[in-house]
Ligand binder design. Structure first.
Ligand SMILES: [Zn+2]
Length: 253
């Protein structure tokens, strides 16, 4: 029924019950999961999970902007080896984060550009993390017209969303669209072309209302799907079907 296009089951917050949680999800309507990496170790962990849960969990590999200073030439070469050795379905998560600025912006841009190059050379889509860096993210993907991708946990404006659609990109929504202060979300979700919308939990982060603040898992896609259905004026089943199909097409599954 549901496709969680972005969840971090390699995260330490799942250390005690990772396999129990994953084993429980199919019965809760979760059909597919993509687990992105945030550095080399977590990309490898994601790839191992994808091997263990073949056909259910898929891995993306990438170095998050928070870790951009670790994206040395050696690390990028290792990332490429990992992508070639495992059935990785996307490069991610990569991008720019000017909210936290955990890595210098120049290092973030360098790592982002190098990994878009990698996506291009491997023919894989990109999963982009953009926090308060909309303009620079758009500029960067504009340099790679032949790479397609998704802006995950979308937090930008309607104008940026339209720009992304024009570039052939997808937009993915988390539990943040269920928050009471999510003023822009209803209009953005409602106005996007039906074939560009995906949903995700970003577990263990971003638990939707009414579970805000708790550890998130993919079963909570129910609340995100419900919000998408409500904003677009379609049934819950239709919203689930649509986002599942879009995810399958996007990742080639
Ligand atoms: Zn994430």
């Amino acid at each position: 029924m549901y496709f969680d296009t972005h969840a971090h089951y390699d995260d330490a917050r799942f250390s005690d019950d990772r396999y129990d949680v994953l084993d429980s999800l199919k019965a809760k309507g979760v059909d597919l999961i993509v687990n992105p990496g945030s550095d080399l170790a977590s990309s490898k962990a994601a790839a191992d999970l994808a091997r263990k849960y073949a056909g259910f969990v898929y891995a993306a590999a990438g170095i998050h902007p928070h870790e951009a200073t670790a994206a040395t030439d050696e690390a990028l070469a290792e990332l490429e080896r990992l992508c070639r050795a495992y059935p990785v379905v996307a490069i991610g998560e990569i991008g720019l984060d000017y909210h936290y600025d955990f890595s210098p912006r120049e290092a973030q841009k360098k790592a982002f550009r190098a990994q878009l190059e990698l996506a291009r050379s491997l023919g894989l889509p990109a999963i982009v993390h953009d926090r308060e860096a909309h303009e620079d993210c758009l500029g960067m993907i504009g340099e790679f017209r032949d790479v397609r991708g998704v802006f995950h946990c979308y937090s930008g404006s309607l104008e940026t969303a339209r720009e992304l659609v024009k570039l052939g990109w997808h937009i993915s929504f988390t539990g943040s669209i269920t928050f009471k202060n999510a003023k822009k979300a209803p209009e953005i979700v409602a106005s996007l072309p039906a074939d560009r919308i995906m949903i995700e939990t970003d577990s263990p982060y971003m638990a939707p209302e009414p579970l805000r603040g708790r550890r998130n898992d993919s079963s909570n896609l129910y609340y995100i799907c419900r919000a998408v259905a409500q904003y677009r004026g379609i049934s819950h089943e239709e919203a689930a079907r649509l986002t599942l199909e879009n995810g399958r097409n996007f990742f080639g599954l």
